[in-house]
Design a protein around this ligand. Sequence first.
Ligand code: CUA
Length: 318
Amino acid sequence: MKQPFPLFPPNASSVATEVDLLYLFIAAISAFFVVLVAALVVIFTIKYRRRHEDEVGADIHGSLVAELTWTFIPLVLSLVMFFWGADLAFRLARPPVDSMEIFVVGKQWMWKVQHPDGTREINQMHVPIGRNIRLTMGSEDVIHDYSIPAFRVKMDVVPGKLTTMWFNATTPGTYHLFCAEYCGTKHSGMIGEVIVMEPQDYEAWLAGGTAGPAVPPAQAGEQLFTQNACITCHSGLPGAIGPSLGGVFGSERRLADGRTVLADDNYLRESIMTPLAKVVGGYQPVMPPFQGLVSEEQLMQLMAYIKTLKPAAAAPPQ
Ligand code: CUA
């Protein structure tokens, strides 16, 4: 039902209600104390006003009870806000492992979206309900911010790194999509729609297809892996110039300088764009940087392909 004067955006994701409750809790506590303090100022001003010319105020030397009260009540209230907020923030920061991955690239001034089967769209994003969906996001130019108020999620989209966010849509419908970071002249036009559909409608929409056959990102990445001759060094064969990439994603990597790092999205990104930043132990720093040679989209495709490489079948098809 459409409200005549909506105070909140529609509620269409699994976390929306909890985000609203936390927001209302903080707003209610703040409002209560604003009213309390303002009212006491007025009441005390009247009650304790000077009534005679020679009246002198009482000499009060503190009160342990009063000081403990005004210390502990705000302490407890702010700790509730902290732990509640931290719990929610941690859950929002960690996409569930079973999430379906959708790639988002921001550029002045549009949003490019690619689905796991390769289907692309611009300034729209179709998603099925009831599914954990993880967005992996990059920018081709400046800082943008992918914001879906109806899901109560937003995240900066930053050049030079990848960011993620996730949601689980609960209610079919069409919702606003905004860029929430000022990014130039047409920032206000960098908007779109998120279309939440029943799973079978989403499948039908994917099958309906856009222009041309859709190439899944991992498959496009495999082609790039060959075209850019990555396969020459990362052949997975004994004595190869570069380390095998089988099972690399999510693994611990021991570097030449002795550090150990987790091979996450940003590690893969950095290792492609500026490989000398973190050289794996036992290998020479000889890989050329691909910064400027592959676009953000191609980078995501390469990463999608690398994520499919299993440790056992380390050698990609020759
Ligand atoms: Cu992109 Cu504002």
